[in-house]
Design a protein around this ligand. Structure first.
Ligand SMILES: Nc1nc(=O)c2c([nH]1)NC[C@@H]1CN(c3ccc(C(=O)N[C@@H](CCC(=O)O)C(=O)O)cc3)CN21
Ligand SMILES: CC(C)C(=O)C(=O)O
Ligand SMILES: [Mg+2]
Length: 297
């Protein structure tokens, strides 16, 4: 008896070409005590690197303002610039969850503004979720974005967008009163429906105490080893930029040195007439060359 194979479903335009890590999978990792790995990316090649390295979550951080756009801080970057970085990143990703930072000035004014901004990241850049830094109205904005159907990650501790008020890029929660501020921010985000929270630059014992109250996965950066996962900035861990002086940075490569050495070697070869070699050039049929010479006169 012959079996008739099921006809293949036609590949519909806009068919799902990506099955990202899901929010329940992250919650399950927390439950099982399996560390969650997050890294930033800002463009197509960094996304491909994160994809191939097998990370769980990719963050298009507003740190890109500094690492790839050269601004002196994260507050200068525009929403349009962040959306462009997120779009490029998305093109290089298949598996990791894609989270985009809401930049300074793109969500504070109203819940409507916050929802419209989050929707741009989802509709124009294919982001799976957005991240929002703690500040006065942030938990209320997070609740509104979640109610509009977009998952939100909270960010507490050192929040670079309001660093001026925090005394600069410095660790937070180092007094009982300031640690209580961090605790309130974290619990407010959790209560607002955030699926995950970032703890940045707080003492490890403070983070560890807070972990007993956190029901959602917590990703740490300079918050010690008790969090459910870790995040680092791509350029910091690969040694592509001068560090920002953050204590938590661990360098796993020295790519800036390698890149400068590569470009310098190229410059030396051009100046020393060692590049290009014959392998790098195109040939032409001798008859055609002869005709060309004749016609050129
Ligand atoms: N490339 C990059 N990586 C980052 O991690 C990052 C950025 N950019 N830009 C925005 C913020 C700034 N970040 C920082 C910067 C410094 C510390 C830090 O550990 N500061 C020292 C004090 C340094 C001083 O005295 O000036 C501290 O001990 O608190 C932490 C996070 C994290 N963010
Ligand atoms: C360091 C992470 C948490 C971040 O917000 C960023 O890279 O912008
Ligand atoms: Mg950020």
């Amino acid at each position: 008896m012959s079996t008739t194979p099921m006809p293949k479903a036609p590949a519909a335009a806009g068919a799902i070409d990506r099955l990202p890590v899901s929010l329940p999978q992250l919650a399950e990792k927390k439950r099982l005590g399996e560390p969650i790995v997050m890294v930033t990316a800002y463009d197509y090649p960094s996304a491909v690197v994160a994809e191939q390295a097998g990370v769980d979550v990719v963050l298009v951080g507003d740190s890109g303002a500094m690492t790839v756009l050269g601004y002196p801080s994260t507050v200068e970057v525009s929403l349009d610039e962040m959306v462009m970085l997120a779009r490029a990143t998305r093109r290089g990703l298949k598996t990791p969850l894609l989270v985009a930072d809401l930049p300074f000035g793109s969500f504070e004014a109203s819940n409507e503004q916050a929802i419209a901004t989050a929707q741009r990241f989802v509709k124009e850049a294919g982001a799976d979720a957005v991240k929002i830094e703690a500040m006065g109205v942030a938990a209320e904005r997070a609740r509104a974005i979640v109610a509009a159907g977009i998952p939100v990650m909270g960010h507490v501790g050192l929040t670079p967008q309001t660093a001026t008020a925090l005394g600069g890029y410095r660790a937070q929660g180092r007094t009982a009163a300031r640690a209580l501020d961090v605790a309130r921010d974290a619990l407010a985000f959790q209560e607002a429906g955030c699926f995950s929270i970032v703890f940045e630059a707080i003492p490890a014992p403070v983070a560890s105490e807070l972990m007993e109250r956190m029901e959602v996965p917590v990703i740490g950066i300079g918050a010690g080893a008790s969090t459910d996962g870790q995040v680092l900035v791509f350029h910091d861990l690969l040694g592509i930029r001068e560090g920002v002086g953050a204590r938590f940075v661990k360098r796993y490569a020295g790519l800036m040195d390698e890149m400068v050495a590569g470009v310098r070697a190229y410059a030396d070869d051009v100046r020393g007439r060692r590049y290009p070699e014959s392998d790098h050039t195109y040939s032409i049929d001798p008859g055609e060359l002869e005709r060309f010479r004749g016609e050129l006169g």
